[in-house]
Unconditional design. Structure first.
Ligand code: GTP
Ligand code: MG
Length: 243
């Protein structure tokens, strides 16, 4: 596969933009197909919603500067992995891994990088599953492998990340310690919430299956309260079972 190379920088950039727009379309279609297939088989959508964006020229220029490279189209394509970005919001953590696996195993998808900030959250509490993948874009006389960043997270993780993002910019990256600690604490609560919501969902599914099999049993597994953050113990302490 050929690398994009043009003499005229402006033409070159317009062609790169066309590639990035195309790769967003490719990923969106792949996700829509997976979501529909899953819905047919399991009667629910693993994907809540999807957003996509092309990185602004200003952010691209800033990133190239931070990386100490000259601002050329060639360098942007080579060094900036997230010019095209897709964010997938799921209901449950289990859906995140299911979607990631389904994307990664497609023949035309090359996974270039994975960062699992769910199994290893960032020190500030950030959680998400990140993949950089490359997908071939077929042109009339050429095939161009094009990179796209895919971020997958739950609704709750997304809620946290958007607030943290606002705070980060408000304080120019230097939020007061108190606010940073509060955010960290919220991340623990969110992680707990996601686990609890997943457990409830598993229990509901089990009820459904048992009902269909004529055997309704009570499963209190969703009441599991391990990992309850200290801040929640005083709230839930009175209603969790003492087994
Ligand atoms: P950049 O952060 O994009 O320069 O690249 P990186 O190599 O550090 O990649 P990483 O996968 O860590 O982050 C990629 C993207 O994830 C960022 O551009 C953000 O959109 C998001 N992200 C990463 N860390 C955080 C975080 O602490 N808070 C929030 N709100 N978003 C984050
Ligand atoms: Mg980025």
């Amino acid at each position: 596969m050929n690398e994009i190379y043009y003499n005229d920088e402006e033409n070159e950039w317009n062609k790169a933009l066309l590639m990035y727009d195309a790769v967003l379309k490719e990923v969106s279609t792949k996700l829509e197909i997976l979501n529909n297939e899953f819905k047919l088989a399991h009667q629910y959508n693993p994907i809540e919603h999807i957003t996509s964006r092309i990185k602004s020229a200003q952010s691209i220029a800033r990133k190239i500067r931070i990386k100490g490279k000259e601002l050329t189209v060639e360098n942007i394509i080579k060094y900036v992995n997230d010019v095209a970005g897709v964010r997938i919001i799921c209901s449950f953590t289990s859906d995140i891994y299911r979607i990631a696996k389904a994307i990664a195993k497609q023949d035309d998808v090359s996974v270039l990088q994975v960062k699992d900030y769910i199994s290893s959250p960032k020190p500030n509490g950030y959680m998400s599953y990140h993949m950089i993948v490359a997908i071939p874009i077929f042109l009339s006389n050429d095939v161009v492998n094009t990179k796209v960043e895919i971020q997958i997270r739950t609704i709750a993780m997304d809620f946290w990340a958007s607030l943290e993002h606002k705070i980060y910019y408000k304080f120019d990256g230097k939020a007061p310690d108190g606010i940073r600690e509060e955010l960290r604490e919220c991340a623990d609560i969110i992680s707990f919430l996601d686990k609890k919501m997943l457990a409830i969902n598993e229990t509901v599914k089990k009820y459904h299956n048992d009902f269909n099999g004529g055997n309704i049993s009570e499963d209190p597994s969703y009441l599991i309260h391990e990992d309850l953050p200290d801040s929640l113990k005083k709230l839930f302490g009175t209603i969790v079972p003492d087994d």
